[in-house]
Design a protein. Structure first.
Length: 317
């Protein structure tokens, strides 16, 4: 199979039939063997009945329905597990991603041998204040932190080799950082393609400030995981050891001064009167806790089991 097209969605019943017709036109004109996987992330409108109708008339249409809204990352994770195509392309269901971009993305994977190609919506039709400016700030921070030089991490239109999606673990709100996850997994040939951005035709955007804030928190998380995710002791253990040694040396100095009666010229004569006693004690306690945090992190890494992060209600085809 040439192509798997993954479309996560939430309450997009108005756009689904139009999007499907557009995709089928592109598939036929390029003579692709394909599958279209709709992942319904807990929609409360008529999205799932429409997907059922599409699947009944076209065996290449498949559906996954979650029991409730688990998030886009979980939807993509389920789609990646089901996808069988040599090339996997993800896109949003709101008609803001143009299916006409599919052949160009496909060729960059198959002919130019990219592992992953991310769309870049260079010209956008979103609100400047609500989305454009936060996105620019977010993308700048993501480039600086991750080292992956993309202009639009949050673009839903991306293409992957099959081997990439089978070897990245997408969880939480990490869908926007799949290029970073791919890089950390060893897939270094990551490209970018300018794609057309469509103005939203139906419904309202699902983007809010909570997603913007969560995006930055996830950016910090993925930076930490890429640096120390496999070796937490290297961070926490090192910090804890340094703090403990500093506290221990400070406590030793205080004891030395008391032992040789060097407090006579100071306003306090007991060790507990010296504020450095509490500073050194606190530093040693914090150092011990950090060291234990690193130790526990190493144990967890070696014993963890993959938890089920979503519940699939129904599947089609």
């Amino acid at each position: 199979m040439n192509l798997s097209l993954l479309i996560p969605l939430l309450n997009e019943d108005e756009s689904l039939k139009e999007l499907y017709t557009w995709i089928i036109s592109v598939m036929k004109s390029n003579n692709y063997s394909y599958e279209i996987i709709f992942i319904d992330d807990g929609s409360t409108d008529n999205s799932w009945p429409i997907i059922e109708d599409l699947a009944s008339e076209n065996a290449n249409v498949k559906g996954i329905r979650f029991m409730k809204n688990f998030g886009k990352s979980q939807a993509l994770h389920a789609g990646f597990a089901k996808a069988q195509g040599d090339v996997i392309i993800t896109m949003d269901a709101d008609l803001q991603d143009s299916p006409e971009e599919i052949p160009g993305l496909y060729e960059m994977i198959t002919e130019q041998n990219y592992d992953l190609v991310s769309g870049w919506k260079k010209k956008r039709y979103d609100s400047v204040v609500a989305k454009n400016l936060p996105s620019k700030l977010f993308n700048w921070a993501a480039r600086k932190t991750s080292g992956v030089q993309l202009n639009d991490f949050n673009c839903g239109l991306k293409a992957y080799k099959n081997v990439v999606v089978k070897n990245v673990e997408v969880s939480g709100e990490m869908h926007r950082y799949i290029p970073v996850l791919a890089k950390n997994a060893g897939f270094s040939k990551i490209g970018e393609k300018v794609v057309q951005h469509q103005a939203r035709k139906y419904g309202e955007t699902k983007f809010g400030m909570d997603r913007f804030v969560n995006g930055f928190l996830d950016l910090i998380t993925i930076w930490f995981l890429s640096k120390f995710g496999k070796r937490p002791m290297h961070l926490f253990g090192a910090m804890g050891s340094v703090m403990f040694i500093i506290g221990f040396l400070a406590a030793g100095f205080i004891g030395f001064m008391k032992l040789y009666n060097l407090y006579n010229d100071l306003p306090y004569h007991l060790i507990t009167d010296n504020p450095w006693f509490y500073i050194s004690l606190t530093t040693m306690v914090l150092g011990t806790q950090l060291f234990l945090a690193g130790f526990l992190g190493e144990i967890i890494l070696r014993t963890k089991n993959n938890e089920e992060r979503y519940k699939v209600w129904k599947e089609l085809n």
